[in-house]
Design a protein. Structure first.
Length: 366
């Protein structure tokens, strides 16, 4: 019995020591922050670029942040992002790199419902990062909710996504981190070229629009349509900047990176309004429709006006005004404030736990 009491006492002392060390790590920003990231096998994806951007911002500000992937065999983003991002530290779950304590943060994209479930018993703070609301239930078991799986903190990127999340998980209060558009997305000083840059979630929509256009407007067969997939991000920006117009179709967009990139390049957008109307979208900053079948005629009408140099200046003014809001400064400020608050809340939680188990004669200072 005495030996058992000594073992219990030792366990309590070890627990106190671990919690105290966790608090010190949080105060010194020595805790680890893992951003679980999908392996897109080299395919460009805005949500993946955002994870890399967030890790870079945090590391530039003294945080110990990592890109985390499930498998050792990870293609990464070397084919489309710059070395500033590919050189960021990576960790692999398969290799056992995910060693965490109460002080650490694990950021899990909404699509990884199975990981949310598998990590329920981990001692770290788990946070869902919802960039694509359409994937929320992709890997969740029927009847499961984020709250039932121990999640109480959520990040997202727009007011529309936040309200949707609250509509299905009323107990959640997501924090919005507005995204930035890199400065290399900028207007080309040279005249625009007769090129239509097109971006759709479903490649079949791309082919349908292009083929329909050439059939209906044979007089414009000399106009080039260009799908920008596969280009390095900076080459993507150059190509978008030299285009006379861009076409965007993404019914389940949560933020709408592509049209914002276009606007920053002063390339007008012909877009289909997504299912959730995005915060920045208004009737003045692009040419919008709710019908995919109308887009071919909208492209034809735009090209006629462009060739006649009769595009209204109000459209360009509204584009410039919209693109102003997507700055790295705003993105960084919001992300850092979120992490600072999360760390502070975690210190409070751990301090409360410590007070409950620490001997009364040695109270901890709040």
């Amino acid at each position: 019995m005495e030996e058992q009491q000594q073992q219990v006492q030792l366990t309590v002392e070890e627990t106190i020591e671990k919690i105290e060390q966790s608090i010190k790590d949080l105060e010194a920003k020595n805790n680890k922050i893992f951003f679980l990231t999908q392996d897109t096998k080299g395919t460009q994806r805005a949500s993946v670029a955002t994870n890399y951007q967030f890790v870079k911002i945090l590391r530039d500000n003294g945080y110990n942040a990592f890109i985390l992937h499930e498998k050792d065999e990870y293609v990464g983003v070397g084919e489309w992002l710059s070395e500033d991002y590919t050189s960021l530290p990576h960790a692999s779950i398969e290799s056992g790199d995910l060693q965490v304590g109460p002080q650490d943060l694990l950021i899990i994209p909404e699509v990884f419902g199975h990981v949310i479930e598998q990590t329920v018993n981990m001692p770290c703070k788990r946070i869902v990062f919802c960039q694509s609301y359409d994937y929320i239930f992709e890997m969740l078991q029927p009847g499961a909710t984020w709250a039932s799986l121990g999640i109480d903190t959520v990040m997202t990127t727009s007011e529309a996504s936040k309200e949707y999340i609250k509509s299905i998980f009323p107990n959640m209060e997501p924090t919005i981190i507005p995204l930035s558009i890199p400065d290399y997305f900028k207007a080309d000083e040279k005249p625009k070229k007769p090129i239509v840059s097109i971006h759709t979630r479903d490649h079949r929509d791309t082919m349908k629009l292009i083929k329909s256009f050439y059939v209906k407007y044979p007089q414009y067969r000399w106009i080039t349509f260009r799908d920008l997939r596969g280009l390095k991000r900076e080459d993507f920006a150059v190509a978008l900047g030299e285009s006379c117009v861009s076409v965007w179709v993404d019914d389940v967009a949560g933020y709408g990176t592509f049209p914002l990139e276009s606007m920053k390049c002063k390339t007008p957008v012909i877009g289909k309004v997504p299912n959730l109307k995005i915060d920045w979208l208004n009737e003045k900053n692009a040419i919008w429709t709710y019908e995919l079948n109308q887009m071919v005629d909208m492209v034809g009408s735009f090209l006629k006006s462009w060739l006649e140099d009769s595009i209204p200046s109000e459209l360009y003014d509204a584009m410039v005004e919209t693109a102003k809001g997507n700055t790295l400064e705003e993105e960084s400020k919001s992300l850092l404030a979120f992490v600072e608050k999360t760390n502070a809340d975690r210190i409070t939680e751990l301090s409360i736990s410590l007070n409950k188990i620490k001997p009364i004669e040695e109270p901890i200072k709040q």
